[in-house]
Design a protein around this ligand. Structure first.
Ligand code: UT7
Length: 333
């Protein structure tokens, strides 16, 4: 077996649709207030895809930016992984649609479904193909058009989510850099806390499933909240235990952007100042698979990350899934 290679992010990009939906506008749509949304979640606005804009359209735009950032041609990509819970279609995969659209003529392509943990699942999965020496470049995308599966009459969910996409190119990096530890977990017993019950093979789409609004996202918010505040510290401790790196050595944590209260509670539990958690949920809301990459891209552009920094990415969400990865940043920024 060939020597295991070090794998890191060599390029990143993101894209959000133009249309901004503010809390003030939501006040005119459902029985809610800007004050409630901001105090309970931290979200002020989110982006909404156009009627004719689907998951792959957002994914392609993010992917092209990541390719440019990595100075990589589409034909150099060996594999495309798209993490999404809002694919264009049940099949073909959104990854295959992206493969065609960006001209990645040599790439394999598949979708990955781990909801809000999907970006971390995708990075770890993609990295292993490169670590073995079998592939050289992998494109990992988190893309969501969540507005298409939101019940715009349900105030419990419609104020939380937004649309967007982020993409990372993985490649071999200097020894000792890149992904140095990871932890992926699932707790399927909590699947009913966050789901889209209609439209699959359990409840195929019928007039009745539509009438019962089963094609919309459903969430038991408090159950997911309770899960998240223990899942984040657990998975971060798991990745640190596998290394000799201490929590105090971490320069930045890029968490899934669901709720500033969840992030605040997790920060306390792992004894890291909340300022070390990068947050942009105020402007994009919860974009599920896209959120960690969107935050990472923004953090890089704001010079919050430099070469040699230890960065943690951590996600949690439907499945239930959770997980994290620790990266020693290798790219000069
Ligand atoms: O990305 C996947 C992971 N998802 C998450 O991480 C979400 C986790 N959950 C949460 O972030 C929070 O549970 C929510 C933000 C969803 C809800 O916050 P909460 O503090 O748990 O509120 P709640 O569900 O306990 O609701 C409190 C009250 C209820 O009214 P009553 O029963 O106390 O009269 C709700 O009906 O707030 C009401 N409420 C609203 N009021 C105004 C629920 N949604 C709204 C709303 N505007 N949009």
């Amino acid at each position: 077996m060939a020597e295991i290679k070090s794998v890191g992010i060599i390029g990143i990009g993101s894209y959000v649709p133009e249309t901004i939906l503010t809390n003030e506008k939501l006040e005119t749509m459902v029985d809610t207030t800007d004050e409630w949304i901001v105090s309970r979640t931290g979200i002020k606005e989110r982006r909404i895809a156009k009627e004719d804009e689907a998951c792959s359209d957002l994914a392609v735009r993010a992917a092209l930016k990541a390719l440019e950032d990595a100075n990589t041609k589409p034909e150099e990509i060996d594999l495309i992984i798209v993490s999404t819970i809002t694919p264009d279609f049940a099949f073909p995969s959104t990854a295959a649609l992206v493969q065609d659209r960006i001209g990645a003529i040599n790439a394999a392509a598949f979708d990955l479904e781990a909801a809000c943990t999907g970006f971390v699942y995708g990075l770890v999965t993609g990295a292993n193909f490169i670590a073995t020496g079998m592939y050289k470049k992998v494109l990992v995308i988190g893309s969501e058009a969540l507005s298409k599966i939101i019940d715009w009459e349900d105030r419990n969910t419609c104020v939380l989510f937004g649309d967007g996409a982020s993409a990372a190119i993985l490649g071999e990096v200097e020894k000792g850099y890149g992904i140095i530890s990871y932890d992926l977990k699932a707790k399927g017993s909590g699947g009913e806390f966050l789901d889209q019950p209609g439209g699959g093979s359990r409840n195929p789409a019928t007039v009745k499933t539509i009438e019962n609004k089963m094609h919309f996202l459903k969430m038991k918010g408090q159950d997911v909240f309770k899960f998240a505040v223990t899942a984040i510290p657990e998975t971060i401790n798991n990745i640190l235990e596998k290394t000799d790196i201490n929590i105090k050595d971490i320069e930045l944590v890029v968490p899934h952007q669901a709720n500033y209260r969840i992030i605040g509670s997790a920060a306390k539990k792992i004894d890291l100042p909340v300022e070390k958690f990068y947050m942009n949920l105020e402007t994009y809301g919860n974009t599920s698979s896209a959120s960690i990459g969107l935050a990472l891209d923004e953090a890089i552009k704001k010079n919050k990350i430099k070469k040699d920094d230890y960065i943690i990415m951590v996600g949690f969400g439907a499945g239930l899934t959770y997980g994290s990865c620790l990266i020693k940043w290798s790219k000069e920024v």
